[in-house]
Design a protein around this ligand. Structure first.
Ligand code: EZ4
Ligand code: CO
Length: 411
């Protein structure tokens, strides 16, 4: 096909900035002036992706036709021999998302139209309520319900532990942004203390909010399969939308054990890089929601394939939406989410901070807990390089976790 635009790739820029938190952003520029942007942020490993992109990926793409998304995806995946992996797949994702953005602009259509059009009016989201006590968590949840959210993830500090996942305490920034020693920061874990306290959170939530609202919870991969099975059974009366990351599933059949024991719906996938990481989970129907993110699992091209495969097995997509995913990732997932027939729900923690809003713009709006996707061509996102230059990279690590006796545990 002869395009009316010359989409020969002439320049690719990799920008690492920290407008409130670190982001790795890719900008692909074509001969006719159309450009696209992609997100390559791997939290705590930002410079590794940036170096991989600059040294090994972008030089191969100069001179290529930006329309050839599929061939470029295959070239960077199959063509590279060293397949998969978080750094590689984030780099592929950034290229892929930027190319979809360009294709949409060249066609003068939003990306969701290129995927097949809208399957729904807007995208359902769930927000986070994380507190230092049950009352604190539930007060925050109540405020979110008052804003119009109908689904909220509940997390509470584990009593008797000095720090817990996601609980900020007096820290102003997101939990991994800190300069304390040792690096990375450390958090304690006790499965017994957690299991003894978690049911109360959901019991109180249901008695305070009733049965209309949807509740979720992220275990953050701290349990063994049989412990997770017990937790799933324990939480059945409180009717969770899903229980997230109950177990780290390097062994995908760990989920068979959980599934055998409980009807609590299960979700996993935020750290997965490819469809291969979740193939058995999906085809065996051991999970209900697949949480792969465009940025970490190979972009729109890859997530579309995961979504179509998952649909065959009644698995819905519920992409990761933490603050380390940039507004570009949110936009890509919003376009996927408004299209995918088997879209479930989008994790949502806000479109960004005041600082990140100086750097990123996007054509998404939130009303009553639903994301509406605008009809700008491409992904409707932009990245202001001058504004980003004011916020240099700031080294930061995710915490590590240890049992109370010092044993290293999954964070
Ligand atoms: O720990 O994004 O569901 N959300 C999460 C996140 C992840 C971070 C890691 O970078 O589990 O809070
Ligand atoms: Co999670």
């Amino acid at each position: 096909m002869k395009s009316k635009h010359d989409l020969t790739i002439t320049d690719i820029r990799v920008i690492v900035s920290s407008p409130g938190r670190n982001f790795v952003t890719l900008k692909i520029v074509t001969k006719c002036g159309l450009y696209g942007v992609g997100d390559a942020t791997v939290n705590g490993r930002e410079q590794a992706v940036a170096a991989y992109l600059k040294e090994h990926v972008t030089p191969c793409l100069i001179g290529r036709n930006a329309h050839e998304i599929e061939d470029i995806w295959q070239y960077l995946y199959k063509g590279v021999y060293w397949r998969k992996g978080p750094i590689n797949m984030a780099a592929i994702a950034a290229v892929d998302v930027a190319l979809w953005d360009i294709k949409g602009k060249a066609a003068d259509l939003p990306v969701y139209e290129l995927l097949g059009g809208k399957s729904r009016k807007a995208i359902a989201t769930y927000a986070h309520a994380t507190g230092s006590t049950i009352d604190d968590t539930l007060d925050k949840a109540e405020a979110l319900f008052a804003q119009g959210f109908t689904a909220v993830r509940l997390q509470t500090a584990v009593p008797g532990l000095k720090a817990s996942y996601g609980v900020l305490g007096d820290k102003k920034d997101y939990f991994e942004q800190q300069s304390s020693r040792p690096l990375p920061p450390e958090e304690p874990w006790s499965t017994r203390k957690y299991m003894n306290s978690i049911e109360d959170l959901f019991r109180q939530a249901r008695s305070r909010f009733g049965t209309e609202v949807q509740l979720l919870h992220d275990v953050h991969s701290r349990l063994t399969p049989i412990e997770a099975a017990r937790l799933g059974k324990m939480l059945e009366p409180y009717d969770l939308l899903f229980l997230e990351d109950a177990v780290a599933a390097e062994n995908q059949d760990s989920y068979r054990i959980i599934r055998d024991h409980t009807t609590t719906p299960l979700a996993i996938g935020e750290i997965y890089n490819t469809i291969w990481d979740c193939k058995e989970l999906i085809q065996n129907q051991w999970i209900d929601y697949i949480r792969t993110a465009t940025t970490h699992a190979g972009g729109i091209t890859a997530l579309r394939r995961i979504a179509d495969f998952a649909a065959l097995f009644h698995v819905r997509i519920a992409p990761h939406g933490a603050p380390d995913l940039s507004p570009i990732c949110y936009a890509a997932q919003a376009h996927l989410g408004i299209w995918a027939p088997n879209f479930g729900i989008q994790e949502f923690v806000g479109f960004g901070s005041d600082k990140s809003n100086e750097v990123f713009s996007y054509d998404l709006t939130l009303t009553e807990g639903m994301i509406h996707v605008g009809d700008s061509p491409g992904l409707g996102v932009d990245f202001n390089e001058e504004a980003a230059a004011q916020y240099p990279y700031n080294r930061s690590y995710l915490p590590v976790s240890r049992l109370e006796d010092g044993t290293l545990w999954s964070w």
